[in-house]
Design a protein. Sequence first.
Length: 369
Amino acid sequence: MKKQLLSTSAIALGVAMAAPASAQQWDVAFGGFVNTHVGASDVDLPSGSTADLDGVNVFTNSEIIFQPSVTLDNGLTFGVNVQLEALNAGSEPDDNEIDESYAYMESDTLGRVEAGSHNSAGYLLSKGAPTVGSMAINSPSISAFVPFVSGQGFRQAGISSYTEVAGNNDVQRISYFTPSFNGLTVGVSYAPSSAGNASNNAPVDFNSTSDVTDIFDIGVAYDQSYGGVDVGLSARWGTGNSNFSAVDDPTTWSIGANLGVNAFTFGGSYGENDNGGAGGVGDNEGFSLGVAYDIVGPWSVGLETYQGELKTALNNSDYETYKLAASRDLGPGVSWDVYYAYVETNNGAVAGNPKVEGNVLATAINLSF
């Protein structure tokens, strides 16, 4: 599906409605977060390895987020979201750089249009197991303490149900989200290419033999309360055109659910990446399950797991992790976590199927502003 089909009419309508001059001024707001983890690891490495990964490590995830916006007299809000990675070096390829950067237009009646470097609508509307604290295991973050050997790609279901087509991340795209209709929100996205932010500086070669182009995503989320029971559901699907030789078009899909009863929240998700061999990456699948409990007062506790699999030529590679966590609210924008995690991964693409497993006992201070 070509890019001209997505939301050009919505943008034109928004610009036309915004034509009258507004006396309103911009609200130049900023915020961000800093999550600092200190953990002791006990890691078992494959036979023959000379590395020693037992000990204490520090993991930090932090961003400064600039969010200027203005609401015009006709009710339309225009704004920008720029996320600056507040690290000099780390596990993210864009550390010490801009993470996401996009402009948006929204109103209560028209919905929201986003354009720029951002995740897809399907990704943003997805739900998963409830997470207590700032260490996510439905993601690769825990590898800061126990390294992966499984070879799964980023934004792939082998390590997270929050997937993207062919594992693309924060590429240039345009998205539209409907207003909420009794708790139901639908979002669609179009990205010209999976090549990354560099595509912002040159036109996309739609015949490139090393790229996935014309990426389309759709997501649906539903949130509603029934007699004190909170229900959250999500589903997403996405596909793109493979330009790799003899490789099928990649797709991804996932479903997720949350159920809140009294102080308990139960949830889970399941996702797949059918890559067709795009970029040499095999098919991925995985699921999350978890429960969280808000104790009367400042504490919450939770137990969750993620189980993922990457299909390889020799044997399947697996990612398996469990986390037991508690978090205490210390004040506005300040919380303290303690958690234990067990992680096990293996690499079925390598002869001998090498395995890494480890235990982590950690604490974290989380600041958001």
